[in-house]
Ligand binder design. Structure first.
Ligand SMILES: Nc1ncnc2c1ncn2[C@@H]1O[C@H](COP(=O)(O)OP(=O)(O)OP(=O)(O)O)[C@@H](O)[C@H]1O
Length: 515
């Protein structure tokens, strides 16, 4: 069709503009993160951007959003070249982005967050008029949220809906979603993506979705573009492709998942004992109401639950990031308060959620982050003096073993892709020979399937060495695959417990839903 005719039809239907990324390259120093990549987001389509961790997906969308200026290449709207100087500029072009992590202000209401997201918000706000507009907007929005609710008290699914509502409120016509469902349960994810898809089918939106979940791609997406090591690796219509085709585009060649058999430990001993623990949420309300749990050596105990049911606070108590209001924790039979000294003595290691925020010092280098547990001991320290050569050598070794993609050990860890930050934390926490108890919270959050496979086999291997593992996860498949025993946490209490061999999937689902 003649492009001019196509543009005029697009305008008539008020479809989003066609977005083209043409031969885009982005270089960070020596590293070419994006190499001559092109992509077309057709009006009113749901397009997924796929690729392994570090493939360049975030770099591409950050160039489109004006966070980064590409080294070369261009962005076109309806065949017109446009320079996008900043995210504000992107918003002017009707492009909005929803991130993996929430960006709303937790202490403010839904209404305040919606008004705040407008760049041109006036210094004086006429709340009466704003509420009228917001109420009218909510009437037509695909998701409803109470305008007066405080964001901190919303469940993860609702917070993510708010992120999307903000973009609809800003009248974005092109929505870029960077792993928007990582923090959601499968049910919440399907609901959110399903509602977005309805907007796409109605021609109100075009969506570019970064995802690692093939299930979501096959259920909701029309077209894919695949990146591999910064380069274009393929594209096509989802209806014409199998999951194996997409996986092959991502990985280059077929790789078999690593298999680790579970070894039987004849004499398990209690390593972690949680006794009548109570703890509060940040807002002072009770998050955990008297939970009891024992994790034995050579055992993986999985905790399932919809986010917001106390699992985060429980992990924080065990990691020394939150004080229990009652009860006690024993490790190896001794009272344990999760100080750095006790963690070292009892050999407790933690893989927390959001590792960049909770387990790294973002502005410090990869090498320094890898040394956070060892920098004050020989061979990395002599008395008060840090010895940088052994720190760097240890980092180089771990970078190699754990295949961390980083330009150098000196690169700030915050410059790495999400998957490589997780690998850095994993390398630090699992590389010790002396590990006795591992506490892992959503360890595969946001990782591609090869990395997930790798982390699963590392956790299983750790268990097989006799380590006690507490695995808190929102991914039921992960729990069913790895756990020896599974519990469900609901409203701060354990609502279900079973050895994995006899676990009842329907009962787990009901307990998660609070029935
Ligand atoms: N600001 C930066 N400075 C230096 N290197 C960077 C920067 N941002 C990204 N990189 C590097 O560019 C490469 C591509 O990273 P990018 O975050 O785009 O990958 P990704 O496909 O989004 O990965 P993930 O799925 O893990 O989020 C990685 O090797 C990363 O370490």
């Amino acid at each position: 069709m003649n492009p001019a005719v196509e543009i005029s039809q697009t305008k008539e239907l008020d479809l989003p503009p066609e977005l083209e990324v043409v031969n885009m390259t982005k270089q960070f120093g020596q590293l070419i993160a994006l190499d001559q990549v092109s992509l077309t987001l057709k009006p009113g389509t749901f397009h997924a951007l796929l690729g392994e961790n570090g493939a360049g997906k975030s770099t591409l969308v950050k160039c489109v959003m004006g966070f980064y200026q590409p080294t070369s290449g261009e962005v076109r709207f309806n065949q017109q070249v446009q320079t996008i100087a900043s995210p504000r500029d992107a918003q002017r072009h009707g492009i909005g982005m929803v991130y993996q992590h929430f960006t709303s202000v937790p202490a403010m209401t839904v209404a305040e967050n919606l008004v705040l997201c407008r760049y041109e918000s006036a210094a004086l706000i006429d709340w009466k008029a704003e509420y009228e507009v917001l109420n009218a907007f909510m009437e037509t929005a695909p998701f409803k949220l109470p305008l007066s609710a405080i964001v901190a008290q919303l469940a993860a699914g609702e917070k993510q809906k708010l992120e999307i509502l903000k973009q609809l409120y800003l009248k974005s016509k092109i929505l870029i979603l960077d792993e928007p469902t990582s923090v959601l349960t499968p049910g919440e994810a399907d609901e959110v993506l399903g509602l977005i898809r309805q907007e796409v089918v109605a021609g109100h939106l075009s969506v570019l979705l970064i995802s690692h979940k093939f299930r979501e791609v096959t259920a909701f997406v029309d077209e894919i573009t695949v990146l591999r090591k910064g380069k274009f690796a393929g594209s096509g219509s989802v209806k014409d492709l199998t999951i194996a085709d997409m996986a092959e585009m991502m990985m280059g060649e077929k790789r078999d998942p690593q298999k680790v058999e579970k070894t039987v430990h004849p004499d398990p001993t209690p390593v972690l004992q949680i006794q009548e623990i109570h703890a509060n949420k940040d807002n002072g309300l009770e998050a955990i109401s008297g939970v009891n749990l024992t994790v034995n050596s050579g055992e993986i105990v999985g905790i399932a639950g919809i986010s917001g049911n106390g699992q985060r606070e429980l992990v924080e108590v065990l990691a020394g990031q939150r004080i229990a209001t009652a009860g006690q924790v024993l490790v190896n039979g001794e009272v344990y308060r999760a100080s750095r000294r006790e963690m070292f003595k009892h050999r407790v290691f933690v893989l927390p959620e959001e590792p960049l925020k909770n387990a790294c010092v973002p502005q410090m280098s990869v090498a320094e982050n890898l040394a956070l547990r060892t920098f004050d001991r020989s061979p990395q320290a002599k008395g008060w003096m840090l010895l940088f050569k052994p720190i760097r050598e240890a980092a180089q070794r771990l970078i190699k073993i754990f295949k961390i993609k980083t330009p150098s050990p000196e690169t700030p860890v915050s410059n790495l892709s999400g998957g490589n930050v997780q690998r850095t934390v994993l390398a630090r926490e699992l590389s010790s020979d002396h590990i006795n108890l591992l506490i892992a919270a959503n360890p595969c959050f946001g990782l591609d399937f090869a990395a997930v496979d790798y982390i699963h086999s590392e956790i299983l291997e750790t268990r097989n060495r006799g380590v006690a593992v507490l695995l808190v996860s929102e991914d039921l498949d992960e729990l069913l695959k790895l756990s020896d025993r599974i519990l469900v946490i609901s409203e701060g209490k354990f609502a279900y417990e079973s050895p994995i061999a006899t676990a009842d999937f329907a009962a787990i689902g009901r307990s998660m839903a609070g029935h």
